[in-house]
Design a protein around this ligand. Structure first.
Ligand SMILES: Cc1cc2nc3c(=O)[nH]c(=O)nc-3n(C[C@H](O)[C@H](O)[C@H](O)COP(=O)(O)OP(=O)(O)OC[C@H]3O[C@@H](n4cnc5c(N)ncnc54)[C@H](O)[C@@H]3O)c2cc1C
Length: 384
């Protein structure tokens, strides 16, 4: 096999995982990132003053059912047990999320058992809505007006910057309620936190003699021809200089504040009321329950429309964005030697485990294409 020189644009999980696989197969890999650190949006940093491991771009909890992905991350970093248990402050009280039997009993002042709670909630649900079109319809149909107002409406307005009547029903696919006391936010079999943070894990993935990392380096389309192949994990519209317009994103502002002691007693406290401007507060030291720190680092999280200078976080993916995305996908498919990967390259929200799964598959596809003398496609997953 002829060794190729590949460029990975982005030193997040996508670039690191693909780069590692190709380096292990004997290819030469250059990984660049515009930022001063590796890790992409999963980047973690130990705070110099308090010693707390801070999730710089917002809280990241690892959870998956994918055994290969779980084995993969455990090869590069020790994962310690962590279960995400989220609370929410709403209408002057604190409740457990996701909405579960405790939340229902507390909210309505009841002592219902699971079967009784089902019947009770059905009596609250708006059964006149037979064909829910919007998020609001769907929520009212599932849980009725009280729980909708307390736990879904305000948070959704703040998160997406629009009314729930303007969002599609498909956002709430299933009944968002548990009829037991399970308050583990995720259902996945494997859950944990990297002992030394995600950046240490990604540094270990990148630690291979075939990989060179260049930070604070921005790559654009005109540099692609210098490489045999490019894997691009930046924004797909950015690759084309935003020629057709910008794909819509929500961005986040994190307002940091420090505290001596334990500020809120949990890692994540949501705020459901619309008159509280932030969506949640995260207290980072609770993401590392095996550590002990006197000082505490907290983030108030605000969501707003993403401007040209902001970090794109959540793709909006409504009809207008998908139409524009289709045009960029057509352009991408006409590129000679570029594969678009990851959350920004494919304009999708991807959890870390899905990102790693797709990166492993993408790396294998490249190796298979090389072996067969075939062209590597622009996408190994359909972004639409
Ligand atoms: C607020 C938030 C919370 C999240 N929480 C969780 C969670 O709890 N659990 C979970 O599993 N997942 C979570 N995720 C998802 C997780 O962040 C992603 O799965 C992961 O970051 C995707 O990795 P990536 O490599 O595709 O993209 P990124 O991490 O975004 O990496 C892309 C990199 O490319 C670089 N780049 C872009 N363009 C260029 C260019 N032209 N030149 C050079 N460099 C460039 C960027 O600087 C960036 O570092 C969360 C995401 C967000 C937004």
């Amino acid at each position: 096999m002829m060794s190729k020189h590949c460029l990975m644009v982005g030193a997040g999980l996508s670039g690191a995982v693909i780069g590692r696989m190709l380096a292990e197969a004997g290819h030469r890999i250059t990984i660049v990132d515009a930022r001063a650190h590796v890790g992409g949006n999963c980047h973690t940093e130990r705070d110099a003053e308090t010693g707390v491991m801070v999730h710089i771009y917002g809280p990241h909890i690892f959870h998956t059912d994918d055994a290969e992905v779980w084995d993969y991350v455990n090869k590069f970093e020790t994962f310690l047990p962590y279960k995400n248990r989220v609370k929410t402050t709403s209408q002057g009280a604190v409740y457990s999320l996701p909405v579960n039997l405790h939340t229902i009993n507390q909210y309505f002042g009841q002592t219902l058992r699971p079967d009784e709670a089902r019947v009770f909630l059905e009596s609250k649900a708006d059964t006149s809505i037979t064909d829910p079109q919007t998020f609001e319809d769907q929520a009212l149909r599932f849980v009725g007006p009280e729980l909708y107002e307390a736990f879904f409406k305000g948070y959704t307005i703040k998160q997406w910057g629009c009314q729930p009547t303007d969002l599609p029903a498909s956002i709430l696919k299933r009944l968002p309620v548990r009829f037991n006391y399970d308050d583990n936010y995720f259902y996945h079999k494997f859950q944990g936190m990297p002992e030394n943070g995600y950046t240490a894990m990604i540094e270990a993935i990148l630690d291979h003699p075939g990989i060179t990392v260049q930070l604070e380096t921005t790559v654009s389309r005109d540099q692609a021809a210098q490489y045999d192949h490019v894997f691009y994990s930046g924004p797909i519209d950015g690759w084309f200089g935003y020629e057709l317009g910008r794909l819509g994103y929500r961005t986040l502002d994190f307002e940091r504040f420090d505290y001596q002691g334990d500020y809120q007693g949990c890692a994540v406290m949501n705020y459901g009321d619309v008159d509280v401007p932030y969506t949640r507060i995260t207290e980072h030291k609770h993401f590392s329950p095996w550590e002990s720190h006197e000082g505490s680092v907290l983030y108030r999280e605000f969501s707003r429309a993403c401007g040209p200078e902001d970090i794109p976080y959540y793709p909006i993916r409504m009809v207008a964005e998908k139409t524009l995305l289709q045009e960029y996908v057509d352009r991408a498919e006409a590129e000679a030697n570029v594969t678009f990967v990851g959350r920004l390259g494919t304009y999708r929200y991807l959890d870390m485990d899905v990102t790693i799964r797709e990166a492993l598959d993408c790396g294998r596809r490249f190796l298979a294409a090389q072996a067969a003398g075939e062209k590597m496609p622009a996408f190994t997953v359909n972004p639409l």
